[in-house]
Design a binder for this molecule. Structure first.
Ligand SMILES: [Zn+2]
Length: 229
């Protein structure tokens, strides 16, 4: 799951009390921000194994802190605490925390069994990455439906209100297609290349910035935003 992670962010952003869309894009990928940062620092580990799944070579064998259910929920709690300290209303902070937590459940659909409940023991994952004819339409449909919902529930604020979401949608489609088209390596690469982690962090950041621009250019139809993150 890549751009599909942004579906909960787009749906939540239609709520006037939600954090801004840029913040929600960070929330949706918060544990992957941490994961690729931890991999770069050698705290968590991944390697590339040709054919590990049909769709990619990611052998995510050590994600104990970021992608255990307990770890993800701790990230969500951390979001809640920081948002409250920053002055967000409870409901705003909780919407953001729920989007952080959604990451683990969407990963559960696609990952090979590599997700844990508390960092060790049984591993879970329904491995849709082995079924591209299911995974690809599902991810596209999920993201497109969420973006459509967001656009219907908000209205443009000036010309940017049309331009920004158009560029965001194009960027989401572009990075997903590049991600799917990336050829598998012909040998095991252990650890996964540092450049891959840095690229992932750069792409997540760029998408969050585009989402922030989009969020500023759209106004919820239900009324003024209340507290924002
Ligand atoms: Zn993830």
């Amino acid at each position: 799951m890549f751009i599909g992670h942004y579906a909960p962010a787009l749906i939540a952003a239609a709520c006037p009390k939600a954090p801004r869309l840029g913040a929600l894009f960070v929330a949706a990928q918060l544990v992957d921000f941490a994961f690729f940062g931890f991999v770069a620092l050698g705290i968590e580990h991944a390697r590339l194994v040709p054919g590990f799944t049909v769709m990619n070579a990611l052998d995510l064998y050590d994600m104990r802190y970021t992608h255990s259910l307990a770890g993800t929920l701790l990230f969500a709690l951390g979001w809640l605490a920081i948002a409250r300290l920053a002055g967000s209303a409870w409901v705003t902070a909780m919407i953001g925390a729920a989007v952080v937590a959604s990451h683990w459940f969407l990963d559960l659909l696609v990952h090979a069994p590599d997700l844990t409940i508390a960092g060790s023991g049984s591993r879970y994952g329904f491995a849709l990455w082995n079924h591209p004819m299911i995974e690809m339409p599902l991810e596209i449909a999920l993201t497109a439906a969420a973006l459509g919902f967001y656009l219907v529930r908000t209205r443009p604020h000036g010309r940017a209100g049309i331009l920004a979401p158009s560029i965001l949608a194009t960027a989401l489609a572009f990075v997903q297609v590049i991600n799917w088209a990336e050829p598998q390596p012909d040998r095991v690469i252990d650890p996964a290349p540092l450049a891959q982690s840095l690229l992932a962090l750069a792409v997540f950041t760029a998408l969050a910035l585009l989402a922030a621009w989009t969020g500023r250019s759209r106004i919820p139809r239900l009324g003024p935003r209340l507290r924002t993150l």
